[in-house]
Design a protein around this ligand. Sequence first.
Ligand code: R5P
Length: 293
Amino acid sequence: MADMDDLKEGKKYYTDTPQKSDGFFLKGSNSLDWGMKNRLSRIFNPKSGRTVMLAIDHGYFQGPTTGLERIDLNILPIVPYADTLMLTRGILRSIVPPSLSQSVVLRVSGGTSILKELSNEDIAVDIEDSIRLNVCAMAVQVFIGGEFEKESIINMTKMVDIGTRYGIPTLAVTAVGKDMARDARYFRLATRICAELGAQYIKSYYIEEGFETVTASCPVPIVMAGGKKIPEFDALKMAYNAIQQGASGVDMGRNIFQAESPVAMIQAVKAVVHDNETPEGAFDLYNTLKHQG
Ligand code: R5P
């Protein structure tokens, strides 16, 4: 107990200086609770307002994807460059050291494989485990227009309800069926539905035409999904365009860990996301870092 004998009366009240009440830096997130804002601030860098999420959760439906065969050897060396790691609890517990300082976004939907209908997912992780693992967000796949559209939307709304109870944001991951049109109209529909139903942020693909209308009509942050591997310069250009057209970051997997030099690629992506580096400048950086080994 404090020594009562030496108790001094406080004098520094600064009565002429009103207490500041800052708005929160993330789009559409000002009315969220403290814990949720704090977790979002560990995903999105408060200085740039953006994030580089490294997505390595592919194994939850497609097994050991190229580049993810040995996460301990191939992925752990690039983790320090990411703002956030997006993965499953199986990989987190079995391979990632708990001394990790990056935030974790946990894949919580699942239950299907590439051998069956992918949209037939359920919630596959109990909220208690997300709390136990100290995650900063929970990722749920949403299949707008898919065979199990309703079920996947309800998976997401359930996680929004449970996550709101404990201050953990829900990331809605828009998944597009092979036969669906990947255009601005579709992504405006998919992202807006997820936002209206409460997702705190949304992952969506980049499209050449009208991506800025997708980010403009979505009231919460959008992070760009990477998609299949394309040449490094093209991937940096895609990330640059997405950021300049309103994305609040990227959630990239294959275009980082399948790059010729993943360590160089993630640093080049970071320059694009946090420093507005041009695709040309970022590609130069990539080549310099790659040759440095
Ligand atoms: C997809 O459902 C997975 O959850 C990945 O997180 C996502 O596809 C991002 O990885 P990539 O950039 O390789 O597409």
